[in-house]
Write a protein that binds this ligand. Structure first.
Ligand code: BES
Ligand code: ZN
Ligand code: ZN
Length: 494
C-alpha cells in the first residue's frame, strides 16, 4: 500500500472511495455528507465503528476525538473494513488536532497496521485490495498544513509502521522455522539490505567471551545459540546507544518445565530480539543521527541429558557466579552476558534492554503495558513520554532495597530467582542490575514487554499475536533525544 499526499481538495482527487471520519459522533460536520443514510443504517459513530456506503463511494468511521490514538485506531479500522471490498484507490482528508504532525503520522501508521495480517502459513492468503491512498491537504476546521511537511511525516511513519510489522512477522514465525541460526540469518539479511555492520558469534565465540550463563541456557537445544551484534554508524551521531534483546526462540522452561498451557505462545519469547531488529531497521531507514548497536542473545531453553539444572552454579561474563534455582528464569541469564558484552564492546551513552522477561510484569500491569525499570528517573520519565506519544503503553515499576535482598544466595554471588513469590518483575530487573557496571547505572533502562509483545486476541489496531511492542516507542524516544540535543547545542558561528 502506497500513501501519498496531495495539495488538491478531497473532491478533486479521483478515487474509488473516501475515508470520512466522524469525530465525536458529530454527524453535522460539513464533511459528513450522508447524515440521513448513516442514521438510517444505524451508524452512531462510536470509536472504530464503520459504515460503508459504496453507492456514494464513502466509508465512514467513528473517532471519539482528534487525539492521535483515536485517529490511528479509526484509520486502521477503515482500512480493515475496505479489505473486504475491491477499492484500490482511496482518498481521505486530514483530521488535524492539537499537533498536526502527530495526527498525520497516526493516520498513515493506522492504515499500514490496518493492512497487516500474518498469513505466511495460510493456504488462502489475505486480501490487500487497497493499493494507493491519497491524503488531501485541504484545510480542516480552519487548520491547514504544508503539504510537503505532511509528505515527510507520512514517509517517516510508514517506515516505522513497516518496521513494526517486520518485527511482528519474525515473532509470529513458529519456533522450528525461526531457530537461533535463522534469527541470525534474518539479522544478516537486514544488515546487507540496510548497510549495517554485523558480527555473529557461535558457541565458540560465546566461549571465548566467557558467556557461561548464556551457554548454559542453550546447552540442551539441538539448535546452536547465536549472539548477533548489529551496528548502525552514521557520520553525524549525537549519541551512542546499545539495545539488547532477549531472543529465546523457544522457552519450554527447561528442566523446571512449564505446564502445557503456559508453554503455548513461548515462540514469542524472542520478541525483545525482534524488537531490536525492527528498531535497527527503522533508524537506518530514517537515517537518524544516532549510533545504534543492536545486540541479540538467540537461543532455545530446552530439556535433555545435558540441560543446565536447578542447583547448578554458572559464571557470567563479568565473573559473577549465579546459583540456579529455576531454569525457567533463563532470559535474565542470557541478558546478563549480553549486557556485559554491550558495556564492554560499545561503551554506550544509553543502554536499553527489551525482554519478555516475567509473567509477574503481566500480572502487575496487564497485558497491554510495557514495564519500565531503571535507576534514572529522568530517563524513565523521558522514555515513558515518548512511548505515550508513539501510541504505546508503559508503566514504571520502582526498585527498592528490600526486593534486592531477596536475590541473595548462600553459595554464589546471586541467585537467579527471588526467594519471594511477589514482585517478580522488579526482582528480575534487580538481577540484571548485578551485571550493570557503576558508570552505566544511570544510562540503563529495562523494558519488560512480556505483556504487550504477544497477545492472543486482537486489541485496538493490534492483531492477535505479535504486536511489535517496543519499536515505535524507541524510535519516538530517539527523535526526542535528538531534538533535545539540538536545542542544547550552542548556536554555531557566534
Ligand atoms: N519467558 C518467560 C516470561 C513470560 C511469561 C513471557 C509469560 C511472556 C508471557 C520467562 O522466561 C519465565 O518463564 N519467567 C518466569 C520466572 C520465574 C521462574 C521466576 C515467570 O515469569 O514465571
Ligand atoms: Zn522462562
Ligand atoms: Zn523466557
Amino acid at each position: 500500500m502506497q500513501i501519498e499526499t496531495s495539495p488538491q481538495k478531497r473532491h478533486e482527487i479521483e478515487a474509488d472511495v473516501e475515508i470520512v471520519c466522524v469525530i465525536d459522533k458529530n454527524l453535522d460536520h460539513p464533511w459528513v455528507e450522508e447524515k440521513d443514510l448513516l442514521t438510517m443504517a444505524g451508524f452512531e459513530g462510536g470509536q472504530d465503528e464503520t459504515c460503508l456506503i459504496m453507492e456514494k463511494r464513502r466509508i465512514y468511521v467513528g473517532c471519539d476525538s482528534l487525539h492521535h490514538d483515536d485517529i490511528r485506531s479509526a484509520y486502521a479500522a477503515a482500512i480493515r473494513a475496505l479489505r473486504k471490498t475491491k477499492a484500490e484507490h482511496v482518498r481521505t482528508g486530514l483530521y488535524l488536532g492539537k499537533c498536526s504532525a502527530q495526527n498525520i503520522k497516526a493516520m498513515a501508521e493506522g492504515m499500514v497496521f490496518g493492512d497487516y495480517e500474518y498469513d505466511t502459513y495460510k493456504t488462502e492468503k489475505a486480501k490487500h485490495p487497497v493499493k494507493k491512498v491519497t491524503i488531501s491537504c485541504e484545510d480542516f476546521n480552519g487548520k491547514s498544513v504544508d503539504c510537503d511537511k505532511a509528505k515527510g511525516y507520512v514517509e517517516t511513519s510508514v517506515i516505522v509502521a513497516q518496521a513494526t510489522n517486520y518485527t511482528r512477522n519474525i515473532v509470529n514465525t513458529p519456533p522450528d522455522d525461526m531457530t537461533p541460526e535463522m534469527l541470525a540469518l534474518k539479522a544478516i539479511a537486514l544488515a546487507e539490505a540496510n548497510d549495517l555492520e554485523c558480527i555473529v558469534l557461535d558457541e565458540k565465540g560465546l566461549e571465548a567471551e566467557n558467556m557461561g550463563a548464556f551457554l548454559a541456557v542453550s546447552r540442551a537445544s539441538d539448535h546452536p545459540p547465536r549472539l548477533v551484534h548489529l551496528a548502525y554508524k552514521p557520520q553525524n551521531a549525537l549519541y551512542k546507544v546499545a539495545l539488547v534483546g532477549k531472543g529465546l526462540t523457544y522457552d519450554s522452561g527447561g528442566l523446571s518445565l512449564k505446564p502445557a498451557e503456559y508453554m503455548v505462545t513461548m515462540k514469542s519469547d524472542k520478541s525483545g530480539a525482534c524488537a531490536v531488529l525492527g528498531i535497527m531497521k527503522a533508524v537506518s531507514e530514517l537515517k537518524l543521527p544516532i549510533e545504534v548497536h543492536g545486540i541479540i542473545g538467540a537461543t532455545e531453553n530446552m530439556i535433555g541429558g545435558n540441560a543446565y539444572k536447578p542447583d547448578d552454579v554458572l559464571t557470567a561474563k563479568n565473573g559473577t557466579t549465579i546459583e540456579i534455582r529455576n531454569t525457567d528464569a533463563e532470559g535474565r541469564l542470557v541478558l546478563a552476558d549480553c549486557l556485559c558484552y554491550a558495556q564492554e564492546k560499545v561503551k554506550p551513552d544509553y543502554l536499553l534492554d527489551y525482554a519478555t522477561l516475567t509473567g509477574a510484569c503481566v500480572v502487575a500491569l496487564g497485558e497491554y503495558t510495557t514495564g519500565l525499570m531503571g535507576h534514572d528517573r529522568t530517563l524513565k520519565h523521558g522514555f515513558s513520554k515518548a512511548a505515550t506519544n508513539a501510541g504505546e503503553l508503559t508503566g514504571t515499576l520502582h526498585f527498592n532495597r528490600y526486593l534486592k535482598k531477596l536475590l541473595k544466595s548462600d553459595i554464589a554471588d546471586v541467585c537467579n530467582i527471588s526467594s519471594s513469590r511477589y514482585g517478580g518483575a522488579i526482582t528480575a530487573a534487580l538481577f540484571l542490575d548485578h551485571f550493570i557496571e557503576k558508570e552505566y547505572k544511570h544510562k540503563w533502562l529495562h523494558l519488560d514487554i512480556a505483556g504487550p509483545a504477544y497477545v492472543e486476541k486482537p486489541w485496538g489496531y493490534n492483531p492477535a499475536g505479535a504486536s511489535g511492542a517496543g519499536v515505535r516507542m524507541t524510535v519516538k524516544w530517539f527523535e526526542q533525544i535528538i531534538k533535545q540535543a539540538k536545542k542544547e547545542e550552542p548556536a554555531s558561528g557566534h
